[in-house]
Design a protein around this ligand. Structure first.
Ligand code: NAD
Length: 469
């Protein structure tokens, strides 16, 4: 990924490749530990003034940022297409999501109220104070939305943000920082620090001037970061991996379940922490479901991300393709295999495997367009299999029985469940994982609170000794 060296500090530069063509689209300098230190100092100074800006004015500036992003949806999407290979329509949605997150967070600034709690002898109030400087460490799978999940509410709550994008996808983040300045955000308040995880990311995690880390990525890296944050009692939100079930009961609308299944594990080429990559199907409808699934998977259009008809682009990198191949060698028997372009680009075909719940393909996050189908006998069996994973991010279930929908939703150990649909992420509803899928929640009505400390203040109303005389 890196072949040049930065003139200033001898660190490697990032060569950003278009995953659909393997062409170098940009070369980006990385950020050294000393530069991270300087960025933290600038951010701390900017944060002090930002927290003192009247709430209405802070909200107005964030709305202006949202409006500037809105005016740049197409160029941002084109940049995302070039660095991440996302189909243009998806990338436009992602840029629009940044705009929406900023508007939603801006609406929270004046609503960041504390409480008044009844006590005797005085008045007790709580206030929500900003944390200070927040580090957002983002992954490459949804570079813009996930960066904004942390950034928008953190800024709205009065914090400064240092965003470290993933090595492969820094371009949209860098552009967003320019747009923030154009919108009137103070210098230093929102800085983007491209670089390698173990250098730039590590320096941010370990810096004592960083009050909170918001990390999205692999469970292994998340665990390491958690241990390092623990050493400084640093606040932390983790959004980690998933191996989410899609449970199809015999009483469901099987046609609808089969039609929706491909998108649930092929969208973003399966590089989605919420991908429904384990399809659990009740044994009595298994054959019928597979009959319907095959044409639906094969109809999922794979190809040039610039073509409006394209539903699935390439994987992010050669390394990611190798990782996916390590789970499914080319000659592995697959129940369904789609097509993928030949030649340049990190292409991988849609693949559906049959297997057992304990198989590696059914327990580990593959992060590619691969699902495994597992038969089950009854509701208890479905719940048992669904929970046979260390992860607990999302899940879907298809049934016409309302009681079953509620029972199973409550029994599956995951943070985001969806009945007769695969929706899991809306910026105004909470999102996060159980078990090894994470720690804390993002988005939703409490998003800003995750970037504040609660301060409790008691004010005595007792007469002073002098006045009581
Ligand atoms: P990763 O977790 O290593 O990287 C995610 C982010 O963390 C990147 O910005 C990276 O630079 C940074 N990082 C890496 N090491 C760091 C460190 N020591 N300190 C601070 N920051 C650090 O993920 P990856 O290697 O890009 O992908 C590997 C696998 O992770 C994927 O195949 C997939 O299974 C999983 N993944 C999951 C998600 C998700 O949304 N849950 C996102 C990306 C990757």
């Amino acid at each position: 990924m890196s072949n040049g060296l930065n003139g200033l500090h001898g660190l490697p530069e990032l060569n950003i490749l278009n995953p659909a063509t393997e062409e170098v689209v940009a070369t980006v300098p990385t950020t050294s530990a000393a530069e991270v230190d300087a960025a933290v100092r600038r951010a701390a100074a900017a944060q002090e003034s930002w927290a003192a800006v009247a709430p209405g004015d802070r909200a107005r500036i964030l709305r202006r940022f949202a409006d500037v992003v809105d005016a740049h949806i197409t160029p941002l999407a084109e940049l995302e297409l070039r660095e991440a290979g996302h189909p243009l329509g998806n990338a436009e949605w992602e840029a629009g999501n940044v705009r929406d997150l900023l508007h939603y967070a801006a609406g929270g600034v004046e609503r960041l109220t504390g409480t008044q709690i009844p006590v005797s002898g005085g008045l007790n109030i709580t206030i929500q104070e900003p944390l200070g400087v927040v580090a957002v460490i983002a992954p490459w799978n949804f570079p813009m939305p996930i960066a904004a999940w942390g950034t928008a509410p953190a800024l709205a709550a009065g914090n400064a943000v240092l965003l470290k994008p993933a090595e492969t996808t820094p371009l949209t983040a860098l552009r967003l920082a320019e747009l923030a300045l154009e919108a009137g955000l103070p210098e230093g308040l929102f800085q983007v620090l491209p670089g390698e995880g173990p250098v730039t990311g590590s320096a941010l995690v370990d810096h004592p001037g960083v009050a909170k880390v918001v990390f999205t990525g692999s469970t292994a890296t998340g665990r390491q970061i958690a241990a390092r944050c623990a050493a400084q009692t640093k606040r932390l939100t983790l959004e980690l991996g998933g191996k989410s079930p899609n449970i199809v009961f015999a009483d469901a609308d099987i046609e609808a379940a089969a039609a929706a299944a491909p998108g649930s594990f092929l969208d973003n080429t399966g590089q989605d922490c919420c991908a429904r990559s384990r399809i659990l199907v009740q044994r009595s409808v298994y054959d019928r479901f597979m009959e319907l699934l095959e044409p639906a998977v094969k109809a999922f259009t794979v190809g040039d991300p610039r073509d409006p008809a394209t539903q699935m682009g390439p994987l992010i990198s050669a390394a990611q393709r190798e990782r996916v191949r390590s789970y499914v060698p080319e000659d592995a028997p697959a129940a369904i295999r789609g097509e993928a372009p030949a030649g340049k680009g990190f292409w991988y075909p849609a693949t559906v495997l049959e297997g057992r719940p304990e198989d590696r393909t059914a327990t580990e996050e593959i992060f590619g367009p691969v699902a495994v189908v597992l038969p089950f006998d009854d509701e208890a069996d479905a719940i048992r299999i669904a929970n046979t994973t260390d992860y607990g991010l999302s899940g879907s279930l298809w049934t016409r029985d309302v009681g079953r929908a509620i029972r199973v939703s409550r029994a599956v150990a995951a943070g985001n469940l969806s009945v007769n649909s695969h929706s899991s992420v809306r910026y105004w509803t909470p999102f996060g994982g159980f078990k090894q899928s994470g720690l804390g929640r993002e988005l939703g009505p409490d998003a800003l609170s995750a970037f504040t400390e609660t301060k409790n203040i008691f004010i005595s109303t007792e007469l002073s000794t002098e006045e009581s005389k």
